[in-house]
Design a protein around this ligand. Structure first.
Ligand code: AMP
Ligand code: TRP
Length: 335
C-alpha cells in the first residue's frame, strides 16, 4: 500500500573532530538510528564546522572517513537515511552567506559556545567561529527540516536557527520550515566522569573524563573505576548532591532500560564498586558490536565512498532546489 502521509524530516550533524564520546553516542548518534523508520532523516558530518578550530588537513580527512564509518556502524542505514559530508554539498555555504546577512552581530555575540571556544582558542578567534551558528542554521533550513535531534549543548544554536528562519519568512515570504528541537528524555547531557558538573567532551584534556566509542573493555573498566562519585556509598539519584552517581545511573538506565527506582533497588546494600562494574559492562555490551562493525566498514573503502557520494548527490538535489528559491527571493539576478 502506498504511503500517502508525508514523513517529517530530520536533519542532524556531528563534527569529525575526534572519536565520538559516549556523550555523542547517547545524546545524539544512538537516537539517530532509532528515528529512521518514523522520519525521513539526513545525517551530516560537519567538516566545515570543524574548520572553525585549527585542523591538520590529513587528520581531518581521516577523521571524516572514521566518523562516517562510526555513524554507519551505529545503525544509520543508507537504505533509509541520507548520510553525507557537509563540504560535499556546496549549497550549505551558499545559504549560510545569505543567512549571515540576516543575522545580527548581537545575536551571535550571545552564543555561549562562541564565548567558551574563543576563551579556549584565544589565538584563533576567527570569523567562522563567530558565524558558526549561521552555517548550522543553513544546514537545517536548506532541507526544510522539521526536527533537529541534538544534545542540550546545541539548543541555543537551534533557537538561533528558528529565529533566523522566522525573520527571513517575515522579511521576504514564507520560505523555511521553522525547525523544532528533539532532545532525548534521558542522556541529553552526559557528564564528565572526572567533573560530573561539566559535560563529557572529546576536547577535554583529561582522557579519564570521557569514554570514547572505540575504547576497549579494559580502558572502559579503568575509566569507570576512576570516575568521581561521593563519599555516601549509596546508589541513589540526586543530581544536586550526587552528580557523579546520578550521571552513571543515567548511562546505565539508557543501556539497560531500567529506570532509576529499579537501579536503586538493584544496588541497594551494594557499594559503588559493584555498581561501577555493572555500568562498565553495560557500556561494553553496547559498544563491542558497534566497534566490530566499525572496523569492517572502515576497511571497505569502496562501500564507504560510494555511500557518501550517493548521500551528497541526493542531498544536493534537495538543497539546490531550495537555494534557487532563496536566490530568487533575495533579488539575485537569474536567467
Ligand atoms: P559535537 O561533538 O559537538 O559535534 O556534538 C555532536 C552531537 O553530540 C550534538 O548533538 C551534541 O549535542 C551531542 N553531544 C555532545 N556531547 C554530549 C554530551 N556530553 N551529552 C549529550 N550529548 C552530547
Ligand atoms: N554544531 C553541531 C555540534 O557541534 C554540529 C552540527 C552542524 C549540527 N550542523 C548541524 C547539528 C545541524 C544539528 C544540525 O554538535
Amino acid at each position: 500500500m502506498e504511503n500517502t502521509e508525508k514523513k517529517k524530516r530530520i536533519l542532524s550533524g556531528i563534527q569529525p573532530t575526534g572519536t565520538f564520546t559516549l556523550g555523542n553516542y547517547i545524546g545524539a548518534v544512538r537516537n539517530w538510528g532509532q528515528l529512521q523508520d518514523e522520519y525521513e532523516c539526513l545525517y551530516m558530518i560537519a567538516d566545515m564546522h570543524a574548520l572553525t578550530v585549527r585542523q591538520v588537513p590529513a587528520e581531518l580527512r581521516k577523521r571524516t572517513r572514521e566518523a562516517a564509518a562510526l555513524l554507519l556502524a551505529s545503525g544509520i542505514d543508507p537504505a533509509k537515511s541520507l548520510i553525507f559530508v557537509q563540504s560535499h554539498v556546496p549549497a550549505h555555504a551558499q545559504l549560510a552567506w545569505i543567512l549571515n546577512c540576516n543575522t545580527q552581530f548581537g545575536e551571535l555575540s550571545r552564543m555561549t559556545q562562541f564565548k567558551d571556544k574563543s576563551a579556549k582558542h584565544s589565538d584563533n578567534i576567527n570569523a567562522g567561529l563567530f558565524t558558526y551558528p549561521s552555517l548550522m542554521a543553513a544546514d537545517i533550513l536548506i532541507y526544510n527540516a522539521d526536527l533537529v535531534p541534538v544534545g542540550v549543548d546545541q539548543t541555543q544554536h537551534l533557537e538561533l536557527a528558528r529565529n533566523v528562519a522566522d525573520r527571513f519568512n517575515r522579511s521576504y515570504s514564507p520560505t523555511f520550515t521553522v525547525p523544532g528541537g528533539y532532545t532525548p528524555k534521558l542522556g541529553a547531557k552526559v557528564m564528565s566522569l572526572q567533573e560530573p558538573t561539566k559535560k563529557m567532551s572529546k576536547s577535554d584534556e583529561n582522557a579519564n573524563s570521557y569514554i570514547l566509542m572505540l575504547d576497549d573493555p579494559d580502558t572502559i573498566v579503568r575509566k569507570l573505576k576512576r570516575a568521581v562519585t561521593d563519599s555516601e556509598g549509596i546508589v541513589c539519584a540526586d543530581s544536586e548532591n550526587k552528580p557523579g552517581i546520578t550521571n552513571l545511573m543515567s548511562i546505565y538506565s539508557v543501556f539497560t532500560g531500567n529506570d532509576f527506582a529499579a537501579i536503586e533497588r538493584e544496588f541497594s546494600g551494594k557499594g559503588y564498586g559493584d555498581f561501577k562494574m555493572a555500568v562498565a559492562e553495560s557500556i561494553i555490551d553496547t559498544l563491542s558490536p558497534i566497534q566490530n562493525e566499525y572496523k569492517r566498514i572502515l576497511d571497505d573503502k569502496t562501500y564507504l565512498e560510494q555511500t557518501l557520494k550517493e548521500g551528497a548527490q541526493k542531498a544536493s538535489y534537495t538543497a539546490s532546489k531550495l537555494l534557487e528559491k532563496v536566490y530568487k527571493k533575495v533579488g539575485f539576478l537569474q536567467f
